[in-house]
Design a binder for this molecule. Structure first.
Ligand code: HEC
Ligand code: HEC
Ligand code: HEC
Ligand code: HEC
Ligand code: HEC
Ligand code: HEC
Length: 235
């Protein structure tokens, strides 16, 4: 009989413990940061904190490279461009912001989230127009290809300037004769136009010319002198 009471008591004790524990199934809220740390409209939004005091204090727990450290929460898991890495403003380095943008298929959407929809700085106060001073700022037609004198390459999208590069080729020769991109391309009015920056590799050349990228020649070109082959990047 004593044994039976003991077993009953044990069952009761375990049941009570079970209920007590299972009521706390929800994960604990962040103990490190305020509840509204990830709400943009909140006064203690982490972004506001960083704008006020910088990132130095975050690195103690999120790592000196901000990829997680002791906290295991990487800043890059939510915004892959920030904190900006070293070399972000050093042209011709792997860490340069232009290289990052190229690796994101030329999207500037991420930048606009913090530097403002008009690129004039937004909450960060750092305007892209500081350096990209032309009308349109970083969306000006010669920021990603071309030069001060022409939107057409050189430079091409891989920064080549030599006309043996297929992205450069005989652009300037043709521009000097015909003055317009529309001879060979659908010309976008803005960067965001459909068909401009798309998911297929390389620029589109108007079908009428029968452009063959492998031979870098046009089948239906204006070149009537058939004793010569007109190779786009070898002339
Ligand atoms: C004392 C250590 C510590 C410091 C300093 C720290 N963090 Fe954290 N942070 C954590 C830990 C731990 C987590 C993950 C779990 C948690 O929230 O407790 C986290 C999570 C986060 C998250 C994700 C929150 C969510 O709701 O998913 C953000 C954003 C964040 N931290 C930003 C920052 C920023 C910005 C700074 C610097 C201003 C900073 N942290 C400084 C420890 C820290
Ligand atoms: C859980 C996701 C998350 C994590 C982790 C995170 N952030 Fe953010 N952060 C956001 C969101 C969302 C915004 C609002 C802008 C946007 O939509 O990208 C933002 C904005 C910011 C801003 C810009 C504030 C402004 O108003 O322009 C800064 C600066 C910032 N975060 C710093 C950090 C730093 C530093 C870390 C790592 C220590 C970090 N964040 C980690 C989600 C996160
Ligand atoms: C400190 C000066 C500076 C600031 C600020 C700046 N840029 Fe740049 N950016 C440059 C330079 C220099 C180049 C290289 C130009 C060249 O190759 O002719 C460049 C190149 C680019 C390119 C072309 C990439 C390529 O390789 O062809 C894009 C797109 C771009 N920046 C976007 C932005 C955006 C968006 C902002 C603001 C969020 C910004 N930049 C702020 C200096 C700056
Ligand atoms: C999460 C917010 C956030 C995002 C996303 C972001 N930036 Fe920034 N950026 C900042 C802040 C804050 C600063 C001020 C300096 C710092 O904290 O590094 C800054 C500074 C800069 C600077 C000036 C650096 C210097 O030393 O003069 C350039 C250039 C820049 N950003 C370009 C870009 C480009 C290009 C993109 C998109 C690929 C981008 N940023 C995306 C928040 C952001
Ligand atoms: C005579 C025809 C012709 C004219 C005119 C022309 N292009 Fe091109 N364009 C080409 C050809 C051919 C290619 C190479 C396509 C390929 O890679 O398959 C090309 C490629 C490009 C590329 C991609 C470069 C790269 O790195 O891959 C850009 C950007 C470009 N053109 C912009 C322009 C602009 C802007 C203009 C006017 C200012 C222009 N083009 C005028 C024929 C032309
Ligand atoms: C953010 C970088 C960027 C800016 C700014 C930009 N372009 Fe381009 N442009 C590209 C890329 C990338 C391609 C190659 C797209 C592809 O794969 O078809 C391209 C291709 C082109 C082509 C070749 C035809 C095509 O669509 O493939 C023309 C013409 C052109 N751009 C004109 C312009 C004009 C005009 C502007 C200004 C309104 C402009 N670009 C601004 C990145 C840019």
């Amino acid at each position: 009989m004593k044994k039976f009471v003991f077993i009953c008591l044990l069952i009761i004790v375990f049941s009570v413990l079970w209920f007590a524990c299972s009521e706390n199934k929800n994960p604990l809220p962040s103990r490190t940061h305020p509840q509204t740390w990830d709400q943009e409209s909140a006064a203690d939004f982490h972004g506001k904190k960083v704008l006020a005091v910088g990132t130095a204090s975050c690195s103690a727990c999120h790592g000196t490279d901000f990829t997680g450290g002791e906290s295991n929460v990487s800043c890059y898991s939510c915004h892959d461009a920030y904190p900006h890495k070293e070399q972000w403003t050093e042209i011709s380095t792997a860490g340069f912001h232009g290289e990052f943008i190229r690796s994101e298929n030329w999207s500037l959407a991420e930048c606009r989230k913090c530097h403002g929809a008009d690129y004039r700085g937004g909450e960060t106060g750092i305007s892209c127009y500081q350096c990209h001073t032309a009308e349109g700022g970083p969306e000006a037609c010669n920021v990603c290809h071309g030069s001060r004198d022409s939107f057409a390459p050189p430079k091409d999208l891989s920064n080549h300037i030599d006309k043996t590069a297929i992205g450069v080729g005989a652009h300037q020769f043709h521009m000097s004769l015909f003055k317009t991109c529309s001879l060979c391309h659908v010309v976008p009015a803005t960067v965001a136009d459909a068909g401009h920056i798309d998911d297929t590799p390389n620029a589109e050349v108007l079908a009428a010319w029968g452009w063959d990228r492998n031979t870098a020649t046009c089948a239906n070109a204006c070149h009537t002198d058939t004793t010569k082959t007109h190779i786009w990047n070898n002339f």
